[in-house]
Design a binder for this molecule. Structure first.
Ligand SMILES: Cc1cc2nc3c(=O)[nH]c(=O)nc-3n(C[C@H](O)[C@H](O)[C@H](O)COP(=O)(O)OP(=O)(O)OC[C@H]3O[C@@H](n4cnc5c(N)ncnc54)[C@H](O)[C@@H]3O)c2cc1C
Length: 460
């Protein structure tokens, strides 16, 4: 959308194709949190920041795994993107900017979001596209799935073939094509093939099917970033899937609710200090567990006395989740039976509970946990299975620092550029979650491409 908007300021020959029958893409489901350094808003609020500090933070948070060239391109141009959004009336939450929320914090307050999450960004972008369509500067084809790219004998991309909702095929020619088809995290097959694990979330946008990945590869491009597959710290699912829904969100942020429960893996072992403040450390610990899965274990007294730990559920509603045959919510009168029901090693679980209870009584938890309110001692006992999963797609189409799609030998494929999640979360966030480093680069790279194709004064 950003590429189309900025290109349409310079030329009236922009064709925007979307498989969905509405504009907006992942902004229909995403939080739309952004990060940008050196913005006007920061200056107005007296926050000193610059792109170098943003870049250093991303390389620190990703432990050097992000793509330096693309992170540079993103962060040195992020402020201009953000300032533009503000000029267009972006309905920002007045609490912003902050250094972090939900993800590992930045060293400075450069994290922003709209009062309506992704909708606040849609409210800026979609009317501008609609206006450009009305002005005849953008031709819009909704409900058109891009099926293939065409090339000339020299290997340059010359256009795209689409299929509309009625099944008719269309061919469009263009000197410049930008692939911006997003990720693949709504496709169980592509997710499994590229990430090596099953897809355990239905949060990504339904059209994130990895088609752009296939199209780019079909003309000589290649995929990268498998080694940076990364997950969020877990979802409460309503079934095995594919693309299972969610029962709710666990409050696993010790800053908001210190944990009363323990977390164990399939071996029954505790694998992380549950009150570890760093969400990045908890995510990395989960990444190393079998199937990126853990169980939250507690007893009757904790269920009765602890503050509710599922966002939006009170204690009675949480208790009710165990009453029916709901998958992944387990209850038993003893730990051995609980472990068998939950699919956790029983000896391991009993050992973990004994060890944890020792820590509660002695004040010396083996893992160094500080919040030790109650032992896990009084049946019935409870366990909830929690699944780590990635909402953003790690693997992406390789591009150079001008966003041209490249071949394995590094040469650019003429006529073809790419932007957004199609480039892979592995590139702009590395093996970590860096706040705002998907949505902001998507907008920024789109803006840069839209601005670069036709000089402003030519108005072709
Ligand atoms: C639940 C959730 C929360 C998130 N929260 C944040 C956040 O707070 N901050 C952040 O930085 N990132 C966040 N992200 C990630 C971020 O929102 C996305 O990476 C980003 O919006 C992707 O933008 P995009 O333009 O590349 O892709 P999309 O917005 O997915 O757009 C791709 C478009 O291409 C279309 N398309 C796909 N295939 C075809 C085809 N074959 N032919 C034609 N059209 C096609 C789709 O319909 C879609 O409209 C979140 C993601 C999710 C799922």
């Amino acid at each position: 959308m950003a590429a189309a908007i900025f290109a349409a300021e310079r030329t009236s020959r922009v064709l925007l194709i979307d498989h969905a029958d509405v504009l907006g893409g992942t902004l229909w489901v995403a939080n739309g949190q952004l990060s940008a350094a050196g913005t006007r808003l920061q200056r107005d609020k007296g926050i000193e920041d610059d792109a170098q500090a943003h870049f250093d933070d991303i390389m620190r948070l990703s432990r050097g795994t992000a793509n330096e060239a693309l992170v540079r391109l993103a962060v040195w141009n992020a402020a201009e993107t953000f300032d533009w959004l503000m000029e267009q009336g972006f309905d920002i939450d007045p609490a912003c900017p902050v250094d972090g929320v939900g993800h590992e914090p930045y060293s400075r307050a450069r994290y922003y979001w709209g009062r309506n999450g992704g909708a606040s960004l849609r409210d800026v972008l979609i009317p501008r596209i609609e206006q450009a369509v009305a002005d005849g500067r953008i031709s819009l084809r909704l409900g058109h799935e891009a099926l293939s790219l065409t090339t000339n004998p020299g290997g340059a991309v010359t256009g795209v073939t689409t299929r509309d909702a009625q099944g008719a095929e269309h061919h469009f020619e263009a000197a410049q094509t930008v692939l911006a088809t997003g990720g693949y995290s709504a496709s169980p097959d592509v997710y499994q093939a590229l990430n090596g694990v099953p897809l355990y979330t239905n949060l990504p946008y339904a059209y994130s099917q990895g088609v752009g990945h296939r199209l780019g590869c079909s003309v000589g491009g290649w995929l990268r970033g498998q080694e940076n597959f990364f997950i969020n710290f877990g979802f409460l699912l309503d079934g095995e899937g594919p693309r299972p829904g969610m029962v709710g969100r666990l409050n696993t942020y010790p800053q908001r609710r210190p944990p009363w429960e323990i977390y164990v893996n399939a071996h029954g072992d505790r694998f992380v200090r549950e009150d570890m403040e760093s969400v990045d450390a908890r995510e990395n610990a989960l990444l190393e567990q079998p199937v990126q899965r853990y169980w939250v274990v507690f007893d009757e007294r904790i269920l009765t006395e602890a503050p509710p730990f599922i966002a939006g559920f009170d204690a009675g509603e949480i208790r009710a989740l165990f009453a029916d045959d709901r998958p992944f919510f387990y209850k038993a009168n003893d730990l051995e039976t609980l472990a068998q029901k939950a699919g956790v090693d029983a000896h391991g679980l009993m050992r973990a509970v004994r060890g944890y209870n020792y820590g509660v009584h002695s004040g010396n938890d083996f893992l160094g946990r500080r919040h030790l309110p109650l032992p896990i001692a009084q049946g019935p006992f409870y366990a909830i299975r929690v699944q780590g999963a990635a909402v953003s797609s790690a693997v992406g189409l390789a591009v150079n620092d001008q966003l041209q799609v490249i071949r394995p030998d590094g040469s650019a494929i003429p006529g073809l550029w790419a932007a957004g999640e199609l480039l892979g979360a592995s590139q702009t966030m590395g093996r970590a979650v860096c706040g705002g480093m998907m949505a902001t680069p998507a907008l920024t790279f789109g803006r840069l491409l839209g601005q670069s194709f036709v000089p402003l004064n030519s108005k072709a």
